[in-house]
Design a protein around this ligand. Structure first.
Ligand code: 5AD
Ligand code: SF4
Length: 459
């Protein structure tokens, strides 16, 4: 997914009449699924009268929505939690809540409360919708609440969502993952695959379109297995074609696709449906068939390359991104060179590169031949070089082209300029009309940088 970063939400600046109201501070680590969960936590809190703040020091409630996909993500949570002790000492009324994937791990809630006894509420991913109830209990009973639900329930619809953007939105189409890649903790903390009903998804998108949203990203750990659990069954390609008929919607993206499940009918849908963007995120994880087998990825290097060829043939100018892990147990120099070779052959537009991180409870954690840190770091740097070179080549192809850009706002580094993204997901900074924010415009690309494009609006 696009991907594991620390997320800073925009804060509602309109705090007129906020005197006397309670403020909450919400920090999120992890992928878009976590980001979406946080939009729901925020939505529920705002409904009960809370106001969002970006200042921990004036908050009445602090929530950390955590990630555990790599050890780094967890270390950050520990560091940030430790720093809250002083705030709690200053303000005993302060309520501290910790939730998200990290809390779903065995014995984690107990360990958190032991290390950080000032935490008031702990809950997991499966019962996040009950957060307002837990908050009330803490306020009324003055005792901490720790509720982790081991098993996922059905899907809870109708939770209010406080969205970060008013132009583009994430819409979750399915939860959980059944794949059990041997390095990955996600299936253990997010449960089995559950698809939302197509009518609920379409209603949510239609409501967003009526509020002016132009772009939707459909989310799921493995969107290509959408609908297998529904009655009647439905394929992801069918869902895409149905969504493509929603009037007023301009762009549809989706993530993440597992190479073993990306079927020709999905590729054909992207090629044929005007709203489906020419962009696919297709995590390869490794270029060595040997390592792919150990990872339980169910495809070989050759099969992946053949899939890329079919995608490129069917969808001209498609942008392809990926996730790659270096230093998986047993990865030899030859295995790693297979990864470099694959990356050079595919010529990715971009890639999220990760150093393998041991996760308790996963099969890879128990494997022999764990790789030394310095070897991992060396491989990581060599891989990043190859990826950056191909991103630069791919961006260069845009020079002189006219592209459609959805204008998202002012440029980060120059507020005389606008920024937006192409259908292929490229970031463009350009000179143009400020009143085009929120609209689709045509931009002529004048220059390509390694990670973004520069241009001027032409209509
Ligand atoms: N170590 C390193 N990277 C990991 N990912 C998942 N689990 C691990 C791990 N244990 C990466 C994969 C996945 C992305 C979201 O995170 O590349 O696609
Ligand atoms: Fe993790 Fe593999 Fe599922 Fe992705 S498909 S969430 S990498 S188990």
């Amino acid at each position: 997914m696009n991907n594991y970063k620390k997320i800073n939400f925009k804060i509602n600046k309109n705090i007129e009449g906020s005197e006397g109201k309670k403020h909450f501070y919400l920090e999120t680590w992890g992928c878009q699924m976590n980001e979406e969960d946080s939009e729901k936590l925020s939505g529920m809190l705002k409904k009960t009268g809370y106001i969002r703040t970006n200042n921990k020091h004036n908050a009445d409630l602090i929530i950390f929505n955590t990630c555990c996909v790599r050890e780094n993500a967890e270390l950050k949570v520990y560091g940030n939690l430790g720093a809250l002790k002083k705030l709690k000492e200053k303000n005993s009324e302060l309520i501290i809540a910790v939730c998200g994937c990290m809390m779903q791990q065995k014995d984690m809630a107990e360990s958190i409360i032991k290390k950080f006894p000032f935490v008031d509420i702990i809950f997991g991913t499966h019962n996040a919708y009950k957060f307002p109830e837990y908050l009330n209990r803490v306020k009324q009973e003055g005792k901490s609440v720790i509720e982790i639900q081991d098993k996922e329930e059905g899907i809870v619809e109708g939770i209010p969502v406080d969205r970060e953007s008013s132009i583009k939105a994430f819409v979750t189409i399915m939860y959980g993952c059944n794949n059990f890649c041997t390095y990955c903790i996600v299936p253990y903390v997010r449960g089995r695959e559950r698809s939302r009903k197509p009518e609920d998804i379409e209603k949510e998108i239609s409501d967003l379109v009526s509020k002016g949203y132009k772009e939707i990203t459909l989310l799921g750990q493995n969107v290509n297995s959408y609908g297998k659990d529904l009655e009647p069954k439905m394929t992801f390609a069918q869902l895409l074609r149905q969504i493509n008929t929603i009037e007023g919607l301009e762009r549809v993206r989706f993530m993440t696709s597992h190479p073993k499940d990306l079927t020709q009918d999905v590729i054909d849908a992207i090629a044929e449906c005007d709203k489906l963007c020419e962009y696919i995120h297709l995590p390869v994880q490794s270029g060595s068939s040997n390592i792919l087998k150990k990872m339980n990825r169910i495809y070989t290097k050759e099969q992946y390359l053949e899939l890329i060829e079919r995608i490129r043939k069917a969808i001209p100018n498609v942008a392809i991104s990926t996730d790659i892990i270096v230093g998986f147990p047993g990865e030899t120099e030859e295995d790693f060179e297979e990864t470099l070779d694959l990356a050079r052959k595919v010529q990715y537009d971009s890639a999220f590169t990760f150093i393998y991180s041991k996760r308790k409870g996963t099969p890879a954690d128990e494997m022999e031949d764990q790789i030394d840190d310095d070897v991992k770091h060396n491989r990581f740097n060599r891989l990043v070089e190859v990826i950056n070179a191909s991103s630069a080549i791919k961006n260069k192809e845009y020079e002189g082209r006219e592209v459609e850009v959805l204008v998202e706002g002012l440029s980060k580094n120059d507020d005389e300029k606008l920024m937006g993204r192409t259908r292929t997901g490229k970031l463009v900074n350009f000179t143009g009309e400020k009143d085009s924010i929120g609209n689709l415009v045509n931009v002529k690309i004048t220059k390509a940088n390694s990670f973004s494009l520069v241009g001027e609006q032409i209509g």
